[in-house]
Design a protein around this ligand. Structure first.
Ligand code: MN
Length: 286
């Protein structure tokens, strides 16, 4: 079994705009890049919003050099971007957005959710792009819950949704630039699942809620993350109580990271260029 390198719990949260109360479960902004190809994971909510007249969220802002993945568990997010695309991301849906060579977008609660209020729960994950793809054209994959394969785990242990990559022959609908798996697991109390990520890949067990043990070594109570060694075999997760778990595993992108807010490049010179390009309108219009 793989060794656990580190376990972390969620620090105090912060607000992204006025719509997203998040806790960063890991972040490249810490100056570390051991989670590569994943840069950052913000867990939003669960949080109860009262009905409102005007949608809460984040107005137009840029991204460049990576991908943002929005997974909605409860509530609704409405998105619009400078490629002309947009839509509502509902419970179970996923949006996989390639910022690539530069995109402008806005993220708000949907009109319906704003009117009704209710519980809001989501994840936003940032996935790095390799240097050769940092200038890929901006793009947007809208993935509905129905398009995501859901695999029943053995022994009634729960279910696993394949958002990206593969699990036992089921292929996830998201197209990523580098080899990776993003699996959304509901594990039932008292049950066990054994996963076998490829040797050489980074693996993180992200516990959003519930209590689990990982490789009989670490006990995690959500929200918390276990980061495992790149090699050494499988990962055994046992639920002490019903748990909501995201498995992130991927081939490392071992390249330098230079980051400034919503821009993630390989060098300071590229960051300066990204800021210049953004200021001169090269990210398009929204
Ligand atoms: Mn954004």
């Amino acid at each position: 079994m793989r060794k656990i390198i580190e376990t972390t719990t969620a620090p105090r949260g912060h607000w992204v705009g006025d719509g997203f109360p998040v806790r960063s479960l890991f972040s490249h902004m810490s100056g570390k890049s051991e989670t590569t190809p994943f840069l950052m994971l913000d867990y939003g909510g669960p949080y109860h919003f009262e009905p409102a007249a005007r949608p809460r969220g984040v107005d137009v802002h840029p991204h460049k050099g990576f991908e943002t993945v929005t997974i909605v568990y409860d509530g609704e997010v409405e998105h619009g971007d400078s490629t002309g695309r947009g839509g509502v991301i509902r419970e179970g849906d996923v949006q996989w957005m390639t910022a690539g060579d530069g995109i402008l977008h806005k993220e708000f609660h949907s009109q319906d959710f704003t009117k009704s209020g209710g519980t809001f729960e989501m994840v936003q994950l940032w996935v790095n792009l390799p240097a050769k793809d940092k200038s890929a054209p901006a793009g947007y994959q809208s993935i509905t819950d129905a398009a995501i394969p859901s695999v029943d785990l053995a022994d009634g242990a729960g279910k696993l949704r394949v958002i990206a990559g593969n699990y036992e022959g089921a292929k996830g609908p998201a197209n990523a630039f580098t080899p990776l798996d993003v699996w959304d697991i509901r594990l039932n109390a008292g049950k066990v699942v054994t996963l076998t990520p490829p040797e050489g890949w980074n693996v993180m067990v992200v516990v959003l809620s519930g209590k689990v043990s990982v490789n009989a070594e670490a006990k995690l109570e959500g929200p918390a993350v276990a980061r495992l060694a790149r090699k050494g075999g499988g990962v055994v997760i046992e639920a002490e109580e019903d748990a909501k778990v995201l498995i992130l595993s991927g081939e490392p992108i071992d390249e330098p990271i230079a980051a400034y807010g919503p821009f993630v490049m390989n060098s300071e010179a590229e960051i300066r260029q990204a800021i210049t390009d953004f200021n001169s309108g090269k990210f398009g219009r929204l």
